[in-house]
Design a protein around this ligand. Sequence first.
Ligand code: ATP
Length: 332
Amino acid sequence: MSCIQVQKLSKKFAVKRKEEGIGASLRSLLRPRYAEKVAVNGIDLQVGQGETLAFLGPNGAGKSTTIKMLTGILHPSDGRAEVLGLCPWTQRSRLAYRIGSVFGQKSQLWYHLPPADSFELMSRIYELKRNDYHARRDELVRRFELEPYLHTPVRKLSLGERMRCEIAAAVLHRPQILFLDEPTIGLDVVVKAKIRELILEMNREEGTTVFLTSHDPGDIEHLCRRAVVINYGEVIFDDTVDSMKRDLLTGKTISLQLLEPGELLRFRGVEVLEQTGTSLKLAVDTAAVSTQEVLTHLVGAYRVSDITVEDPPMEAVITHIYERERGGSHAG
Ligand SMILES: Nc1ncnc2c1ncn2[C@@H]1O[C@H](COP(=O)(O)OP(=O)(O)OP(=O)(O)O)[C@@H](O)[C@H]1O
């Protein structure tokens, strides 16, 4: 069942035109002229309950604007959207009880208060029953390991500690959909992994739908099953994360550990990325040659002690999609 349905959703902004020269600048102070900026250009999208969706695109593609419309912060210029059966911009307060959002760049907690007080305030805003609230808060404090800094003002927390509190606060009222805008930005690898694990747990155990935007390939790979890519405000790709990786880059990386140094490899469709002593790293163009054919050749040509075959890194896949689009009809 769909929990998000979007049809031909568009958003145009009126942006002040910058005029050249002092005279024109002064005139534009008195009588500004506006140009139209299309941020979202008629996107269609359906998201099922319990899905984990990566909503991707280069800077300025329209991701945040879309999230703002889906959470009711912005009114669209055109089109329709239903989130959990509600129209986000006309039924925003009703929707707020059923969705949660985390913006990596912006804190939703009260900066000068400790997280414990923010949780308390939020429980009042969401009108949670006292017993339910206490049980939920205690469960989240345990799960997110918040006890050590529950009573420290948010401004004194590290970014990683704060983000754990942000996510806990966003799910306090058991939202059915969690909108996450760059939730791991600026975090170190260990904290990123912890945050991802917590989000996945919410999805697994509570069936929370995850709608994520991120420029971090790790977030996409570890958190999401489906990827929707937008550019210039339009959907340009919508499929599983696995097929995004598999289909969009016709390449594999093969790493070999040899028992003894071997001759320099020459094989059609294979580029040697690194060959030093007993280690060998190859890029295989699977459009030109199958991985199986290359592997058969390798075990015949060398005494191999270890071999790994990897998909292209997510980063390369995303860059590829963006570049393909840049070269397409929208270029300019
Ligand atoms: N309030 C606004 N007024 C005018 N233009 C805006 C406004 N908000 C966004 N835009 C423009 O709309 C386009 C889409 O912006 P948006 O923030 O949705 O992109 P994004 O995909 O989230 O980018 P990023 O990855 O950098 O966060 C951009 O060109 C941006 O400059």
